[in-house]
Design a protein around this ligand. Structure first.
Ligand code: DC
Length: 227
């Protein structure tokens, strides 16, 4: 079975996809982490995000793997653990430009389809239901208003988790900066020419602004049971 979960930054895709993977025994595929790895490799090598050929060369040359640790899934770039390094504000700033490059997407989509061929997968990203797995068994487009998404990210960055503590708060200035960054990324990701963020025609829309993780997970499992 293939479950596709698409949506904008901070909509809760990762939390939901991870929970589904765990409960239903599917492989969790975090495609955003893959674009982040390419971005980090470019930053480390001093390749600018507008150097299309340079970035494409990096995408073709890097080795991206997923592992597990006591804290959950880890991300490996050329054998080194980059689980934390791919979530910095520097990577946040450059990842939209990197992921808009068609040659980069070709390489990543190919890798993602290989994972899909190997077994049951719950994949999250922006183009899973539209491009990567257009024949996915279940397609979900998960949204939440920008303020709710910024709040979740801000709490997360301070080590908290709104899924566990609904009243968790974060630094106001930090949250405002994240909100501006989220709005910028939404705009870039949904207006780019190549595989823009948009729901597949047959996707189920879920707005998680006022929903708990368990509620969203239950809805998705319900959809899986109907297949
Ligand atoms: O889900 P995320 O925030 O980790 O994704 C990081 C960036 O990668 C996001 O700004 C857009 C891009 N991305 C993409 O273009 N296609 C995907 N399938 C997943 C992510």
């Amino acid at each position: 079975m293939i479950v596709a979960i698409d949506g904008p930054a901070g909509s809760g895709k990762s939390t939901v996809a991870r929970a589904i993977a765990e409960r239903c025994g599917l492989t969790y595929l975090d495609t955003g982490a893959m674009y982040r790895c390419v971005t980090l490799a470019c930053l480390r090598r001093g390749i600018a995000d507008d150097d299309v050929d340079g970035v494409a060369g990096v995408a073709r040359g890097v080795r991206i793997e997923f592992g597990v640790s006591g804290e959950g899934q880890t991300v490996l770039l050329d054998g080194g653990d980059v689980t934390r390094d791919i979530r910095t504000p520097e990577v946040d700033r450059a990842v939209s430009a990197v992921s808009a490059i068609p040659a980069v997407r070709d390489v990543m989509v190919e890798l993602q389809r290989r994972v899909g061929k190997a077994g049951d997968v719950v994949a999250e990203g922006r183009d899973i239901g539209t491009v990567v797995f257009p024949h996915a068994d279940v397609k979900v487009f998960l949204t939440a208003d920008a303020e709710a998404r910024a709040h979740r990210r801000a709490v997360q960055r301070e080590g908290g988790d709104v899924a566990r503590d609904a009243r968790a708060s974060a630094d106001v200035a930090e949250e405002q900066a994240i909100l501006a960054e989220i709005r910028r990324r939404d705009e870039l990701d949904s207006t780019r020419r190549e595989a823009p963020l948009r729901p597949a025609d047959d996707a189920h829309h879920i707005d998680s602004s006022a929903m708990g993780v368990d509620e969203v997970v239950a809805r998705v499992i319900e959809l899986m049971e109907r297949v």
